[in-house]
Write a protein that binds this ligand. Structure first.
Ligand SMILES: *Cc1c(COP(=O)(O)O)cnc(C)c1O
Length: 400
């Protein structure tokens, strides 16, 4: 079946909760994907940074096949021989003493929120059911009802109330606003170190360190949602490491499995993670041996193949080159590592048409928030490939 037939099928039988570009991908390899017509594209989205290791990474594929032939799901009613290794390897890699595995990112966010509330009641002494969690305007933490409760994007939220109490949102990057929102019942502050879905928004330098000081001073947990920014995307294992701070919890997902399989996790030390007792929280698939095995190899690939360093080095080059492109449409180029946003002026007529034009030239990008083109290729990209893409990007950014 060709592109239009598949699109028709999808439109007929599938929920219309996405507005994808009309490219139907049938195969991927490294930084490249191929559509059903045989066209080849450079993937500059990486499935929202879930395929940092590149499409169908051979080592992760091998692990998936081997583990799938052995055992895939035991449930946590029994133990499996992959999860303990993943726990230790995550601890060694991230510096957190413990972790709790889930599947989607949103589930891991929910897990962190539950843990923060329990900590508030049991450790901090917040009166029962009065815990408050502070978040930032423009956030993206997932799609559950509790999470969309504190979204500032009407489209994500508007139709889905009633909402969950106990959350407050303040402007992103504004430490004074955060400070002003703190009460004796504040349990946690949860932020993205860079807002990815929000449009690749970088907070002012020192913001995360300021939040850290605030949290220490007021006995509040600091939670970093690194589902998109983590695992090398910004040139460090976690984006919050750019400010040399540490969160009390860090949430990861997406690239934790290299895009093969949904695996997410909450990372924390024993004093916090130890608060969960048997039966309080769980997931049928969370921590399953297939996911755990895939995640183990996905992490090894990140480290052993130097992808984090590559992200830092080539990300800097990519940002520099994008910045030098003369264009009547570009307002700002910003980013860290390989998480890059090109913000267009209002007069440019939206980012979508530029994404369509890039697609015509063999580059797949997705607009975020109407005016931003996000460039986030798999971290296995090399300089040659960037040098191939840059003239095309230059051409598109100079369309009338
Ligand atoms: C993608 C994302 C999530 C949600 O992850 P899902 O796997 O889609 O549930 C949460 N937080 C951030 C920062 C994300 O980018």
């Amino acid at each position: 079946m060709k592109t239009q037939d598949l699109i028709n099928l999808e439109n007929e039988y599938g929920a219309h909760n996405y507005h994808p570009l009309d490219v139907v991908i049938t195969r991927g390899e490294g930084v490249w994907v191929y559509d059903v017509e045989g066209n080849k594209y450079l993937d500059c989205l990486s499935a929202y940074s879930a395929v940092n290791q590149g499409h169908v990474h051979p080592r992760i594929l091998q692990t998936l096949i081997e583990q799938a032939g052995r055992v895939t799901l035991t449930s946590r009613a029994f133990r499996n021989d992959q999860l303990p290794h993943l726990y230790r390897e995550l601890a060694e890699l991230t510096g957190y003493e413990m972790s709790l595995p889930m599947n989607s990112g949103a589930e891991a966010v929910e897990t962190a929120l539950k843990l923060a509330r329990k900590w508030a009641y049991q450790v901090k002494g917040v009166p029962k059911y009065e815990a408050e969690i502070l978040v930032c305007d423009g956030n993206f933490h997932g799609r559950t009802i509790s999470i969309v409760t504190f979204s500032s994007e009407p489209l994500y939220k508007e139709a889905f109330g009633p909402f969950t109490p106990g959350f407050k949102s303040v402007p992103y990057g504004d430490a004074a606003a955060m400070q002003a929102a703190i009460t004796p019942n504040t349990a946690a502050i949860m932020v993205e170190p860079i807002q990815g879905e929000g449009g690749v928004i970088l907070p002012p330098e020192g913001y995360l360190a300021e939040l850290r000081r605030m949290c220490d001073h007021h006995n509040i947990l600091l939670i970093f949602d690194e589902i998109q920014t983590g695992l090398g995307r910004t040139g460090k294992i976690f984006a919050h490491r750019h400010e040399s701070v540490r969160g009390d919890m860090t949430i990861i997902g997406k690239a934790l499995s290299g895009g093969f399989y949904p695996v997410s996790a909450v990372l924390a030390d024993k004093d916090i993670m130890g608060l969960f007792t048997p039966g309080e929280h769980g997931s049928t698939f969370g921590g399953n041996p297939l996911g755990a095995a895939v995640a183990r190899t996905a992490l090894k690939v990140l480290v052993e193949e130097g992808l984090i360093e590559n992200s830092a080095k080539l990300g800097e080059y990519f940002i520099e080159q994008l910045t030098e492109i003369p264009s009547p449409h570009v307002k700002e180029v910003r980013g860290k590592g390989m998480l890059i946003g090109v913000e267009l002026k209002k007069s440019a007529g939206g980012a979508r048409r530029f994404c369509e034009a890039l697609k015509q030239r063999g580059i797949l990008c997705k607009e975020t928030h109407e005016t931003v083109i996000r460039f986030a290729p798999p971290l296995v990209i090399d300089r040659e490939t960037l040098d191939w893409a840059l003239p095309h990007i230059r051409e598109v950014l100079n369309l009338p």
